[in-house]
Design a protein around this ligand. Sequence first.
Ligand SMILES: [Zn+2]
Length: 458
Amino acid sequence: MNTSSVYIPVIGLEIHVELKTNSKMFCGCKNDPFNADKPNIYTCPVCLGLPGALPVPNKKAILWMQMIGKALGCELPKHSKFDRKHYSYPDLPKGYQISQYDEPFAINGKVLLRSPHLKGGIKEFHITRVHMEEDTAKLVHEGDNTLVDFNRSSVPLVEIVTEPDFNDADDVKAFLEELQVIIRYLGVSDADMEKGSMRLEPNISVRVDGRQSMVDSPEPRFELPKYKVEVKNINSFKFVKAAIEYEVKRQIEILEKGETPKQETRGYDDVKGGTYSQRTKEDAQDYRYFPEPDIPPFEFTDEYISDVEKSLPILPSARIDKFVKEYGIKEMDAFILTRDKKIADYFESIVTSDTIKKAGQAVANVIINKKISTSLSVDEFVKKFVELSKPVETDANLLTESVAAVLKNNQKAVEEYKKGKITIIMFLVGQVMKQMKGKADASTVKKTLENELKVAPL
Ligand SMILES: [Zn+2]
């Protein structure tokens, strides 16, 4: 019996992205935690959390965060502020993190996801909010000791929160991949999962299909489960999919027994391929948020907000449309080419160069199949491309000899062709090309073979 069909996973995401500004979020220290030679070299009283040190917000980090918000279809409120989020942990010596609580820099977004890998083509996912905060120091465990490295302390950190719109691990993966591409297009972060400049926390619960909420609503609204499980320590798209699939299965097994899964935070163990309990609801924290008294609230003008929007580059989804419409290439190929902004830019500079225009699909094929390296200059690429596209001169005598030899040595294929299996001609073309060591034009070979086969007796 397939019982799993009556359960629908409900998944929301929290994604953290470290911005690659030159300096940190609230001080002038260098922001380069991944390339630092030694621990604790980029520090000052502010990012060490010393008493009395005053934070000064990084204007560029806020702009970049707002660009992410806009790229995810959010509104940018004109009024915003920072808040203190209190908790006590060795990675945060001042006892609170500067974050945003009820007035984030970006809210109510929407991402139209179009991916050939997505079940059902185009889907829409909603963004609850995008806010700005500071990263914490990094704890390094060595034997019985735990060391603290403050190079990462106060690095600008963006948190993106989605609505619980997802019900499939593949959709989550496709969305996160798109998000990574968007952020890289903006040039504001490397969004590297392995290094930790992009970190994911899905929250997962499972609802019973068809059970609707009692709330009066013109549209049917489904009752959300009364619990959710947050999963941490996921450092790849592959693992996020695996963690969700594991959790959904685990929770369905609990629901099947007539019980409700516990509200808790779980970690992901990539070696065992499963999740394990870290913290339950009982020890959930009260962060006692309050407005950050050392940073005045922000008032943005309409002009500033429209400038943020204008500063966005063409985004991957719009670029797919452009490539299909303007350069006449297949949507799947446009998708592949737009995954890396550098490759997309390169493709565009080639198909708009004077020497080769309107060769969009052919150029796309060459790039995707790596026939010519994209590390070449545009001029060199174009030169090679033109060479590659020239019809190969065919030696007529050698062709006649080769065709005769191939037909003689492949009687079985010839018979099949004559019985109507005409696709087998491509096998014979291949044999002739091989014999001529590629020094022949495939369409000429095919025509010659077809003529020969018409006249040759069985
Ligand atoms: Zn500092």
